[in-house]
Every structure is written in structure tokens, then in C-alpha cells.
Design a protein around this ligand. Structure first.
Ligand SMILES: *Cc1c(COP(=O)(O)O)cnc(C)c1O
Length: 239
């Protein structure tokens, strides 16, 4: 256990150094960027270690794994982010522990989130997940709405009881015009964020960048990076 804590502490320090260097290079204060550690596939014991090491934001992508983990860690001062594709039949469970749902990408999900948040007496922060590789009206293969669909969804979230319109999230596309051009993809996200803030000034979060491309995200202006592998190690393959 001590070994694991040392390992995570070392990785965390290296990631912290990367974020610090990226902020310095971009002329941004370090406090502008929040580290979210993606704990998917890793046990609650690792979440506890992260909390002891000062991490305050964790993310999960599957409710089946996240719900018991969050319950085991309910004594810890952590904000839980849900970052996976979310089926409406899982929303009641997710709303029970998630402070922020980063994968909002369709109106039916918004209405279900609102209903369940109200029922649970909770306020849930929402990020619209943007698929930069989707066509103008289509949805992305890994979830996410095309840029043209952001405004309508944002209005719906903002008008829904129990929900808070917090901003945008994306995963750098593997295909299409932005494949291999993470920096350009994240800069496009910042433009979309500027547009969104004209009508929703409080929706300032831009969640972008993972282990491999956090520097490009920080350079573009991301406010939140979601880092898994670089902190916890290479994930065992899911069946
Ligand atoms: C797994 C995951 C991450 C973290 O990816 P790493 O490459 O392990 O840092 C970030 N965002 C989402 C949506 C994920 O599913």
C-alpha cells in the first residue's frame, strides 16, 4: 500500500510539473487549470490515496463501477465528475454521487437529469460534450454533440431545474479534420466556449486534454484537464 502511495505521489508530481510548465509557457496562472484524475478501472483504495495526496476532483465513466466506489469514498472531500456516455436508465444512480456530468449530449438526457436532480434534491453541473468530428447535425461516435447543437442544448440545461450550465467538454478527435491536430481542436473549443459565454456567461468551464495532450489543452486555454494513465498507470484492458 505504501508502495502504491509512493508510485501515485511520484506520478502526480510529474503531472503537476507538466501542468505547471504548460501554464508558464502559456503565461497563465497555475490556478486557472484544475486537475481531474480519471480513476476508472482503479479501486476505491486508489481514490483514497489520491485524496490523501490532495486531489480534489476525480472522474469516472461507467456507473456500474463509479456508484460503489463513490459510496466507499463518501467521507472524502472530493468532487465527482461523470465523463462517460450516459444512458438515461443510469441517470438516477449517477445523480446520487456526481457533482458534474461532463457528457451531456442530447435533450432527452437533459430532461432526465433535471427530473432526477430535483427528485434527489441535488444541483448537478453540466458540461455539453462536443464532438468535433461529428457532422453539423450528427452526434459523435463516442458521444458528444456537433458544434451546431451546443446552443440549443445549453439553453435547455440553463432552463432546467436542478441543473447548472457549467461549460463544454471534448475529447480530441481520432478521425476527421482534427485528427492528430489536438492544439487546433482545443482552440476550436475555446472559440465555441466564447460563443457560449455570450448567452451563458457563467458557463466558463472548458474540460479538454488527457494524459497525452494536456499541454496542448492548457496552451489553448482549457480550465480542466482529465488525466488517468499518467497518474494511475496504464489501465488493464476491459473485457
Ligand atoms: C479515460 C478518459 C480520460 C483519461 O485518459 P488518459 O489517457 O488515461 O489520461 C479522459 N477523459 C475521458 C472522457 C476518459 O474516458
Amino acid at each position: 500500500m505504501t508502495d502504491r502511495k509512493d508510485e501515485i505521489a511520484g506520478n502526480l508530481a510529474a503531472v503537476e510539473e507538466r501542468i505547471g510548465a504548460a501554464c508558464a509557457a502559456a503565461g497563465r496562472p497555475r490556478e486557472e487549470v484544475t486537475l481531474i484524475v480519471v480513476t476508472k478501472t482503479y479501486p476505491a483504495a486508489d481514490v483514497r490515496i489520491l485524496s490523501e495526496l490532495g486531489v480534489r476532483h476525480v472522474a469516472e465513466n461507467r456507473d456500474q463501477d463509479a456508484a460503489p466506489k463513490a459510496a466507499e469514498c463518501s467521507d472524502l472531500p472530493l468532487a465527482w465528475h461523470f465523463v462517460g456516455q450516459l444512458q438515461t436508465n443510469k441517470v438516477r444512480s449517477v445523480v446520487g454521487y456526481a457533482d458534474v456530468v461532463q457528457s451531456v449530449d442530447r435533450s432527452r438526457l437533459v430532461t432526465t437529469l433535471s427530473r432526477e436532480a430535483v427528485r434527489a434534491g441535488r444541483e448537478v453541473g453540466c458540461l455539453i460534450q462536443v464532438a468535433l468530428d461529428a457532422g453539423e447535425s450528427a452526434r459523435g461516435e463516442r458521444g458528444g454533440v456537433a458544434p451546431g447543437g451546443i446552443a440549443e442544448l445549453a439553453d435547455l440545461v440553463a432552463g432546467s431545474p436542478g441543473l447548472r450550465m457549467d461549460g463544454l467538454m471534448t475529447v480530441a478527435p481520432l478521425t476527421g479534420e482534427y485528427a492528430g491536430r489536438e492544439r487546433a481542436a482545443f482552440e476550436r473549443m475555446m472559440d465555441l466556449s466564447t460563443d457560449l459565454r455570450r448567452t451563458h456567461p457563467a458557463a466558463t468551464m472548458v474540460s479538454a486534454g488527457m494524459s497525452a495532450d494536456l499541454e496542448q489543452a492548457v496552451a489553448a486555454g482549457a480550465t480542466h484537464v482529465r488525466v488517468g494513465t499518467a497518474v494511475l498507470g496504464v489501465r488493464p484492458r476491459l473485457g
